[in-house]
Write a new protein. Structure first.
Length: 259
């Protein structure tokens, strides 16, 4: 398993370095525009990096299934379960790395704004300054930001598992059927429809759980604890989806794959 994860990371390290270096260069350029440029970078970085992340993760798996370069991976003495889990573990490690990088960018931009305001810079004062800015202007703090980002990336991994499963079904059960790309898309849409229906029924069943929190949110502010309570069921459902679809993909890779 560790060798598979290392193999995946080795394939990605150049792209990761290029992406982070480019992001740093862009951030340094926008810092010359003052606080407006800094805020613009902090707001847009998660959106852009999430899109690049999804495209890269899906393309890598597609290449493994459909190109000769990935053929040898499935010829190694590793089960289909290990292969798919290693890919998702790599995706999780990438998410953690992205969150760490984003935190560093927040610190960099916070320190720059403090320096521009002739305030002494140190790690703890920068954190306090960022929290105070978010609390004063937006009614949130760093915990809100990172919990929302963590939830977003759990959703992204859940989304990726649906794509992986659709592609695996296409390459196994329906490997002899024409119009593979269209079929994969149809399977993907059906999977998402089923998951959305099941999730909707679940959240409808626990709707009373949200009533008091909804009243709090309607007042314009939500505490860190309330936000965590809102996100927890969503994260739980996504994790269940990830585990279930990973099991399906692993089984198909192990028993039905047709390269």
């Amino acid at each position: 398993m560790l060798n598979l994860i290392k193999y995946e990371l080795i394939k990605k390290y150049k792209l990761f370095i290029i992406t982070i270096s480019s992001s740093l260069g862009l951030n340094l350029y926008l810092l010359t525009k003052g606080a407006t440029g800094s805020i613009s970078f902090i707001a847009t970085f998660p959106i852009i990096i999430a899109i690049l992340y999804i495209v890269d993760i899906i393309k890598m798996y597609s290449d493994d299934l459909n190109k000769k370069s990935g053929y040898m991976l499935f010829m190694t003495p590793n089960s289909g379960y290990k292969i798919i889990v290693s890919k998702l573990m790599t995706a999780v490690l990438e998410v953690l790395a992205i969150l760490l990088v984003y935190f560093m960018f927040i610190l960099l931009n916070g320190a720059f704004i403090m320096y521009s305001s002739n305030v002494d810079i140190n790690f703890y004062e920068t954190i306090k300054f960022i929290n105070a800015t978010l609390t004063g202007k937006l009614g949130i703090n760093l915990f809100h930001v990172f919990l929302a980002l963590f939830t977003l990336f759990v959703f992204l991994i859940g989304f990726i598992t649906t794509v992986y499963t659709a592609m695996t079904i296409r390459k196994s059960i329906f490997s002899e059927v024409k119009f593979g790309g269209l079929l994969s898309f149809i399977i993907f849409m059906l999977l998402n429809w089923v998951i959305s229906s099941l999730s909707g029924n679940f959240f409808e069943a626990i709707s009373p759980y949200y009533e008091s929190i909804s009243n709090t949110m309607s007042m314009g502010r939500i505490s860190s604890a309330d936000l965590a309570m809102v996100m927890l069921p969503m994260i739980g459902v996504s994790i269940f989806q990830i585990v279930a679809l990973t099991g399906v993909s692993g089984y198909l890779l192990e028993n039905k794959i047709n390269l």
